[in-house]
Design a protein around this ligand. Structure first.
Ligand SMILES: Cc1cc2nc3c(=O)[nH]c(=O)nc-3n(C[C@H](O)[C@H](O)[C@H](O)COP(=O)(O)O)c2cc1C
Length: 318
């Protein structure tokens, strides 16, 4: 083991985080009790559930499934509505770590309204969620570049806070290039990638049934199922953006080594969804200890030192 005691703290857009491992928006962060539990845990930040203007009960049950390979969900954005969350921000800040708000407006002007309220409430950063795959009748904005551009321009006008964008997974180079141009030209400050891989189907062969009920049984994939796609998305955005925008890598983080891989691919911090739902907020103590160990083993003093250090595999001609 290298002779260092690695820190796991990180900094994004001038905001200091005690750990580079946060909750991903939507995982164990819906109720105010959930948010306090994140505050009391070793999570590096409190990321508040993606809010809509009004309270939403979300989709019918069962809407969550986990197995040894990952998770499938069709939650449908259950949340308390932004006003309850904004009112709780001063109290959440007392936990002594940054608070990040996430918004996904359903109606015109909703995002701007929510961002202005969160700005006033004193959150440290905001995430504009362009990528919820589980709202019936509503496509993912992140796949419509012109609509994403317009939305982010409007959001940029109402908040001076560091503004991140939660993106859906992309699969073709042209998609990464289109979205990278939108991000840089609209003044986004950081990238959060990936959201769940939408419209996936998990089948229980015993019962011959779909494992979740809403949306015809189709839902968003998370956990181990998505890690390679998430790493590819982090790496592609880091390369195309030339390392200029910090990235919060999300997808398949269930161990310190997964977090380390995200850092190598270009992330400055990681978000944890499926593993947090499976294990509860104690997961952060384990992940922080594991990340510290892997950083030390590889001789990195802190997460920032490992960022983007991924090496090419040397090839030989066939
Ligand atoms: C139960 C659940 C709820 C989620 N809700 C949201 C949400 O409200 N907003 C959001 O941006 N992403 C949401 N996501 C997506 C996660 O933030 C994350 O991007 C995705 O699950 C991949 O990470 P994972 O592999 O660690 O699960 C949700 C995921 C899960 C499992």
């Amino acid at each position: 083991m290298a002779d260092i005691e690695a820190s796991i703290a990180t900094e994004i857009c001038g905001v200091k985080f005690p750990s580079a491992v946060f909750n991903a928006a939507g995982a164990k962060d819906v109720s105010l009790e959930d948010l306090d539990a994140l505050g009391q845990s070793e999570a590096g930040a409190i990321v508040i559930k993606t809010a809509t203007k009004e309270f939403r009960a979300g989709n019918d049950l069962p809407r969550w499934h986990a197995d040894g390979s990952g998770s499938l969900n069709s939650m449908g954005l259950p949340n308390l509505g932004y006003e309850r969350y904004a009112a709780a921000v001063p109290r959440l800040k007392e936990h002594g770590k940054p608070v990040i708000a996430s918004v996904s407006g359903i109606g015109e002007g909703d995002n701007e309204l929510m961002l202005a309220a969160y700005d006033k409430a004193g959150v440290d950063m905001v995430e504009v969620n362009l990528s919820c795959p589980n709202i019936a009748g509503k496509g993912q904005l992140g796949y419509d570049y012109a609509a994403s551009r317009k939305m982010l321009e409007n959001c940029r006008r109402v908040t001076k806070l560091p503004m991140g964008v939660k993106l859906p997974p992309y699969f073709d180079r042209s998609q990464f290039e289109e979205m990278a141009a939108v991000l840089t030209e609209t003044g986004a400050d950081f990238v959060v990638t990936i959201n769940s891989i939408g419209n996936a189907l998990v089948i229980d062969p015993e019962t011959e049934e779909k494992v979740i009920a809403p949306n015809g049984g189709l839902g968003g994939l998370g956990g181990g199922y998505v890690k390679p796609t998430a790493l590819g998305n982090v790496h592609m955005f880091d390369q195309i953006l030339g390392g200029k925008l910090p990235i919060i890598g999300v997808g398949g983080v269930a161990a310190g080594t997964d977090a380390f891989e995200h850092l190598l691919a270009g992330a400055s911090a990681v978000g944890v969804g499926t593993a947090l739902v499976n294990e509860g907020p104690a997961v952060f103590m384990r992940l922080n200890a594991e990340l510290r160990t892997v950083l030390e083993e590889h001789g990195y003093a802190e997460p920032a030192a490992a960022r983007g250090k991924l090496k090419d595999k040397p090839g030989t001609s066939a």
